[in-house]
Ligand binder design. Sequence first.
Ligand SMILES: *[C@@H]1O[C@H](CO)[C@@H](O)[C@H](O)[C@H]1NC(C)=O
Ligand SMILES: *[C@@H]1O[C@H](CO)[C@@H](O)[C@H](O)[C@H]1NC(C)=O
Ligand SMILES: *[C@@H]1O[C@H](CO)[C@@H](O)[C@H](O)[C@H]1NC(C)=O
Ligand SMILES: *[C@@H]1O[C@H](CO)[C@@H](O)[C@H](O)[C@H]1NC(C)=O
Ligand SMILES: *[C@@H]1O[C@H](CO)[C@@H](O)[C@H](O)[C@H]1NC(C)=O
Ligand SMILES: *[C@@H]1O[C@H](CO)[C@@H](O)[C@H](O)[C@H]1NC(C)=O
Ligand SMILES: *[C@@H]1O[C@H](CO)[C@@H](O)[C@H](O)[C@H]1NC(C)=O
Ligand SMILES: *[C@@H]1O[C@H](CO)[C@@H](O)[C@H](O)[C@H]1NC(C)=O
Ligand SMILES: *[C@@H]1O[C@H](CO)[C@@H](O)[C@H](O)[C@H]1NC(C)=O
Ligand SMILES: [Ca+2]
Length: 517
Amino acid sequence: MARLPPFVAAALLPLCALAADRAAECLALQETLHVENTTVLNVAYVAASTNVTTPGVCQATTPVTSAPLCRVQFVVNTTSTSAVHAEAWLPDVWFGRFLATGDGGLGGCIDYASMDYGASLHFATFGIDNGHDGNTGVPFLNHPEVINDFAWRAVHVEAVVGKQIVQAYYGTPAAKSYWLGCSTGGRQGTQAALKFPADFDGILAGAPATDWNHLIGWLGMNSLHVGGAAPADAPVNDTSPKFIPETLWPVVSAEILRQCDALDGVVDGIITEPDTCDFRPEPLACKGKQTANCLTPPQIQALRNIYSPLLDVHGKLLYPRYSPGAEADPTALAQVFGGALFQYTADWERYVILNVTSHNFTNFGVSDIALWDKINAGGIATFDGNLSAFHGRGGKFITYHGRRDPLIASTNSKRVYDLIADTLKLRSLDAFYRLFLVPGMGHCSGGVGSTRFGQGNVDTAPSVNASSHNILLALVDWVEGGKAPATIIGSDTNGTERTHCRYPMRSVWDGRMWVCL
Ligand SMILES: *[C@@H]1O[C@H](CO)[C@@H](O)[C@H](O)[C@H]1NC(C)=O
Ligand SMILES: *[C@@H]1O[C@H](CO)[C@@H](O)[C@H](O)[C@H]1NC(C)=O
Ligand SMILES: *[C@@H]1O[C@H](CO)[C@@H](O)[C@H](O)[C@H]1NC(C)=O
Ligand SMILES: *[C@@H]1O[C@H](CO)[C@@H](O)[C@H](O)[C@H]1NC(C)=O
Ligand SMILES: *[C@@H]1O[C@H](CO)[C@@H](O)[C@H](O)[C@H]1NC(C)=O
Ligand SMILES: *[C@@H]1O[C@H](CO)[C@@H](O)[C@H](O)[C@H]1NC(C)=O
Ligand SMILES: *[C@@H]1O[C@H](CO)[C@@H](O)[C@H](O)[C@H]1NC(C)=O
Ligand SMILES: *[C@@H]1O[C@H](CO)[C@@H](O)[C@H](O)[C@H]1NC(C)=O
Ligand SMILES: *[C@@H]1O[C@H](CO)[C@@H](O)[C@H](O)[C@H]1NC(C)=O
Ligand SMILES: [Ca+2]
């Protein structure tokens, strides 16, 4: 169980007050809250479970099950040409902890689902729009300060301003501060550990979009491998001989499983270690007069390209290959292999790198990615192994990655681990940094297997509300109780559990059960 900080009894005292008093204290923030560069937009006391909708273009509706809480919407000017919109959800029952949440994709949408999750666990929880409204790159065009917010500044502003709001509302500072995010949120958490090591005591960074320039370039290259040369906002290009239609992908996935499912000793539709899967597409080639359920030579070559690492012109690794098996996730077809160029690649190239609104992507390739590296807008790369300051201040970092992630190769999270270990000259990072690899899981959640372990996205409720099964509570126990998580137990919707291992340990079937070796 996550322990309560020592002063929590004091923090809970106001609970005895009537809800009406609580509501009045909340609404008073509209007048009493004074934080530098910050304007309070709206304050509301949310007394009971209700639905809230993201303002602006995001328009996601999320049920607030964590009520009663005080909701504060505010905006922080970061420069004269940039601002971060943010929210605080301050639960009546507060356990003395601060939690900042991150974003997804090109991320301008406050992650209400994660905010509700944090508040339900009694964190004073914050969310940000990462400095712009909506999940596209349009606001970056000729706005370098908006790029800076996205690349590194918004997470710092969230921590600095958020902690002041906690102090103002509860009358005492948060005892410990945490980060929760996945995908872009995982990159934001990593960036915070690198650039602002004092901001968070504990960071939970899922499927991090680290090595951003190479990742987004690689995703675009994957679209191009199947001929998707059109910009993302143009009609899909399914006329290329390289294009693999929707009906053929299940044939590809079945062949991948035929070759690799049993490598881990169990035929269960899960490739526990995709890095050992040496998938060969040749058996899928059309033979004789066969035209159905088989692939032409250009399609076979497309698969070879997809399942090979991306190298620069000198043969140096830019980004690991696509994970065999991950193509079975519906997001793969919807966003990467569907015939349109991956949207964020099109957006980054146009709005951040070339500063144009339209561009011909037919010849997009590693030379473009070299320019992305050179510009490295806002220091977005987030590929730096020097976590010595975060380690030195006693910070704890947990990361996790689904091995069937269709958007970010989990192999890259191993690569980041190795980079940190090399940089800090440590054989193991166990003392402060742990990576849990999750067989079968898609991007942040979902997929096949035991993918629910309290990581805070939708459909991640664990079967047991304890740090053995809940990775956020495990982080709290590590930060506050010194108890590091050796494993994390995931469950599926039926309660079937599997123990997830921390890298460099492997998940091994011993004939009876999965063990970490
Ligand atoms: C933030 O910037 C806006 C627009 O430039 C301005 O109207 C507002 O007064 C600024 N707010 C603060 C608190 O500086
Ligand atoms: C809240 O939204 C959910 C869907 O997310 C919907 O099922 C429910 O009916 C809504 N509740 C109210 C009170 O609008
Ligand atoms: C307030 O904004 C100015 C720039 O507009 C910046 O220099 C200053 O650091 C900001 N203050 C805080 C606390 O972020
Ligand atoms: C789960 O446990 C946490 C930490 O002990 C607690 O804050 C939370 O209220 C519990 N949630 C449920 C649904 O029991
Ligand atoms: C486009 O603008 C960004 C700043 O927003 C700058 O870093 C980049 O160098 C510009 N690109 C080119 C090709 O000039
Ligand atoms: C579609 O792909 C083909 C072959 O790769 C290419 O020649 C054509 O230009 C593409 N069409 C568009 C609209 O990008
Ligand atoms: C895009 O570039 C390719 C290769 O240079 C060329 O064949 C094609 O016509 C161009 N498409 C457009 C719409 O200009
Ligand atoms: C890592 O960063 C620290 C400052 O936080 C610096 O003192 C140290 O030299 C850096 N180490 C390496 C290997 O770059
Ligand atoms: C849960 O059990 C049902 C009924 O046996 C089955 O149809 C379903 O596929 C199972 N779900 C998972 C995630 O295994
Ligand atoms: Ca298997």
